[in-house]
Design a protein around this ligand. Structure first.
Ligand code: PGA
Length: 225
């Protein structure tokens, strides 16, 4: 099965910092079975899209959220139509920071998933453990098997206090019981030292802080490979 290593830059980096990261990332060279995916802030999609790492498909592009509405009169929103031509293949949806700070509800997340599936962008739906069933039940039944699921316990995000590997394995089983056999990623304080352990129990990792420095991100890819 394919492996996924996803970098979530959140709202970090400006244009020159992104260019610097790209220069330092030139040695990234994952195997064909590993999808290395970068989710930058929206304004940086253009510069990443034209860099050789992306044109040569060594890296794939993702967005960190998407409008739950189609293109139209929704000031400030970014719709799937705005992404046409940028080769965005994946989208994070329902990250806990979106749910907490921007009040995205389970039904917002479900509508985002619908928008994405309509245009063939793969949704990476972020869930936390006690809410997996309610978060999944907001989705259309037919969409459940079309997503990638990221288990991201709130207590592990940005804290250095990562989840127990055994727990991640058990939650993966629970996710499979609800969604079917979709790829499951783990996110929360993943770094080059611990990434390999998670790849033994799930299909990939979602990396925040340790993805901001190109060398530490490359270390994660090397360990996983
Ligand atoms: P972290 O963030 O790796 O900094 O804990 C992960 C995430 O929020 O996706």
């Amino acid at each position: 099965m394919k492996k996924y290593i996803v970098a979530n830059w959140k709202s970090n980096k400006n244009l020159s910092e992104a260019e610097q990261w790209l220069q330092e990332a030139t040695l990234i060279n994952a195997s064909k079975e590993t999808e290395v995916i970068i989710a930058p802030p929206f304004p940086l999609l253009g510069v990443l899209h034209t860099s050789t790492l992306f044109t040569e498909k060594k890296l794939q592009l993702a967005v960190q959220t998407i409008s739950p509405y189609p293109a139209g009169s929704y000031t400030g929103a970014v719709s799937t139509r705005n992404l046409v031509g940028l080769d965005v293949s994946y989208a994070l949806v329902g990250h806990s920071e979106r749910r907490v700070h921007f009040k995205e509800s389970d039904s917002d997340v479900a509508r985002q998933v619908e928008q994405l599936i309509e245009v063939g962008i793969a949704p990476i739906v972020c869930v936390d453990e006690p809410s997996i069933i309610s978060q999944a039940s907001a989705l259309r039944e037919s969409d459940l098997s079309k997503v990638i699921v990221a288990f991201e316990p709130l207590s592990a995000i940005g804290t250095g206090s990562r989840a127990d590997v055994g727990l991640v394995g058990r939650v993966r089983d629970k996710i499979h019981a609800v969604f079917g056999s979709v790829p499951v990623l783990y996110g929360g304080s993943v770094d080059g030292h611990n990434a390999g352990e998670y790849l033994l129990v799930c299909e990939g990792v979602l990396v925040g802080g340790a993805s901001l420095d190109a060398r530490s991100f490359r270390e994660i890819i090397d360990r996983v490979e």
